[in-house]
Design a binder for this molecule. Structure first.
Ligand code: SAH
Length: 243
């Protein structure tokens, strides 16, 4: 009788272990399902008043780039939440929605050369790397630039180059750029960036006073060189600092 009970207990235990292992195996090691949900719920169908992102190429890129690989280990469980996260040195990785929205505004095609100012974690650069031919990204905090470069190399983003420096000045050696994105806020549109934008090009950047709400600004350089500027949304970015 005792022996039977023992066998019964071992049996139950074994079933428990097998079920647990199967569940773990079914877990989402690449977090693809969570990422898919992030795109559906936060970006393609935001529940609030934010305009949905509709560009299918942008949505596919957001589904592909593993955001959790770009945040510090302790932030990984929150990697697909609808908010910015700290990445060290007082800086943040932007909210997924705003990354997608700014990328959509740029209208990137597969032949484009893109400049990013404010590499941070390298996440936005990876999204750009999915869409463009070449991406150049500048980060003023040297250790962040080094870490982003490493993450991007580990994930095989061979078309993304990172350098440490002051992005206000752009990257003249690789200019002109078809598209420019700035992910830290200056209080005016930097003239060197306008100069390095190809005629027919677009630039997206937050513009505003330090630690105030800023205006996400779209700059279009027409084929004749004339520059048009429009404000599209209120946003909150860290300030663009200078060396
Ligand atoms: N795009 C980033 C998030 C940007 S946070 C990502 O995907 O993770 C803004 C970044 O801009 C910060 O890392 C900050 O250090 C950087 N930054 C601020 N001023 C800068 C400047 N003048 N040149 C280059 N980077 C700058």
């Amino acid at each position: 009788m005792r022996r039977n009970r023992f066998i019964y207990a071992v049996g139950i235990l074994t079933i428990g272990v097998v079920v647990t292992l199967t569940e773990t195996g079914r877990a989402d090691p690449d977090m693809a399902e969570v990422r898919q949900r992030m795109v559906d719920d936060q970006i393609a169908h935001p529940r609030d008043m934010r305009p949905p992102v509709r560009d299918q190429r942008v949505l596919r890129a957001m589904e592909k780039v593993p955001r959790h690989e770009f945040v510090p280990a302790e932030q990984r469980p929150a990697a697909y939440n609808d908010r910015p996260l700290p990445i060290g040195h007082g800086q943040t990785i932007s909210q997924p929605y705003i990354v997608a929205y700014m990328t959509e505004l740029l209208q990137i095609d597969a032949e484009h050369k893109v400049l990013e100012i404010g590499t941070g974690s390298g996440y936005q650069a990876a999204v750009l790397g999915e869409l463009a031919r070449e991406v150049y990204s500048i980060e003023i905090v040297r250790p962040l630039a080094a870490r982003a470069e490493k993450t991007l190399a580990e994930l095989d983003y061979d078309n993304v180059q990172v350098r440490a420096g002051d992005g206000y000045l752009g990257w003249p050696e690789h200019a002109p750029f078809d598209r420019i994105i700035v992910t830290a806020a200056p209080d005016h549109v930097p003239q060197p960036l306008i100069d390095q934008l190809r005629p027919g090009g677009r630039m997206v950047l937050p513009v505003g006073e330090v630690w105030r709400v800023q205006e996400l600004t779209l700059v279009i350089k027409r084929e004749d060189g004339k520059v048009e500027q429009s404000e599209v949304m209120a946003v909150g970015f860290v300030p663009l600092t200078r060396d």
